[in-house]
Design a protein around this ligand. Structure first.
Ligand SMILES: [Fe+2]
Length: 322
């Protein structure tokens, strides 16, 4: 069960060391942040490898993080998610077993769990109280972390439960900001809201000019090399979607038009059911083995017909099979 942490008062103006790990299959960045003059670290947005065709998982991405932690003799305080990712499976559950640490996510995970439970229906019963995580983090929550603290900023828009983490001068923005030449992430997932995203970003742009913003994805537009960090000042001046010349109304119009052209992320259905469980899998009710569910016509990519019109509900008889 999750715990509530007391707030701690520390001045966090130091520069933590940040190691970045890029998962090329999903263009995701995982970070290991080490508190200055300590061996304490926090892992942010770890990835579990997943092959869609064979429904098989691997740990090469996560094991890169394990190796780094072990080679540098670090101890893991936290494994933090910025949100329920729809494009990759989380490696948090796997890393926690190997390295320890408390798995945390924004407190609004409970609402996201309710939304996602509707998609999977009875195929995959899900506790909707956040109990799959160790810590549920509210806006302005502070976690003690070595000589620094971790400030939690609730930044809804891409999803309603998104949070960003400010650790010293390093901001881990999740999918709230992409690199300046890529702009921002989509807002058309369940509970997404372009207006809320614009306001969340304005709050981030109010942080100190020199704050280093680390993004969760880089899709390397036009074949440019990987980039994952830019200052708040650079975003204010150059982010193509939210620089200081862009109004809320024009951002919302741009975002809605663009989102209407985007397809369903390839790993959305496997990802959501794992990520609302903190990187753990649904389990077969009899064997206890990990299993995934593919609810049909819940995301509507091909058409909008109700599945009941095509395949009316029926209950298969299993008692006469032999
Ligand atoms: Fe995302």
């Amino acid at each position: 069960m999750h715990e509530r942490f007391p707030r701690v008062a520390k001045t966090a103006n130091a520069t933590p060391e940040v190691a970045a790990f890029f998962d090329a299959a999903t263009s995701t960045l995982t970070y290991v942040v080490t508190s200055p003059e300590s061996n304490q670290c926090t892992i942010i947005d770890p990835v579990l490898d997943y092959d869609e065709a064979s429904a098989s998982v691997g740990t090469a991405s996560a094991d890169n993080v394990v190796r780094y932690v072990q080679e540098n003799s670090l101890s893991v305080d936290y494994i933090l998610e910025t949100h329920v990712h729809a494009d990759h499976l989380s490696g948090a559950h796997y890393l926690r077993r190997l390295l320890g640490g408390l798995v945390g996510i924004g407190a609004e995970i409970t609402g996201v769990q309710s939304t996602i439970a509707e998609i999977y229906s009875d195929s995959s019963p899900l506790a909707r109280n956040g109990s799959q995580f160790d810590v549920l983090l509210e806006d302005e929550h502070r976690l003690a972390f070595g000589s620094l603290d971790i400030r939690v900023l609730h930044v809804p828009g891409h999803t309603p439960g998104c949070v960003a983490y400010l650790i010293g001068d390093a901001l881990f923005a999740g999918d709230t900001l992409f690199m300046p030449d890529s702009g921002t992430a989509r807002c058309d997932f369940p509970g997404g809201d372009a207006r809320r995203l614009y306001r969340s970003i304005q709050r981030l742009l109010g942080l100190a000019d020199t704050t280093r913003v680390f993004v969760c994805h880089d899709y390397q537009p036009n074949g440019r090399s990987l980039q994952y960090v830019a200052s708040i000042q650079t975003h204010r001046d150059h982010n193509i979607h939210v620089n200081q010349t862009v109004s809320e109304a024009s951002f919302v119009t741009m975002r809605r038009q663009r989102d209407a052209t985007l397809g369903t992320p390839k790993l959305m259905l496997p990802s959501l059911q794992v990520n609302v469980r903190g990187g753990n899998f649904p389990r077969h009710p009899i064997t206890g083995e990990p299993i995934l569910h593919l609810p049909v016509n819940k995301l509507g990519a091909v058409g909008t017909r109700d599945i009941e019109d095509i395949f009316p509900r029926q209950h298969e008889r299993v008692d006469a099979m032999d």
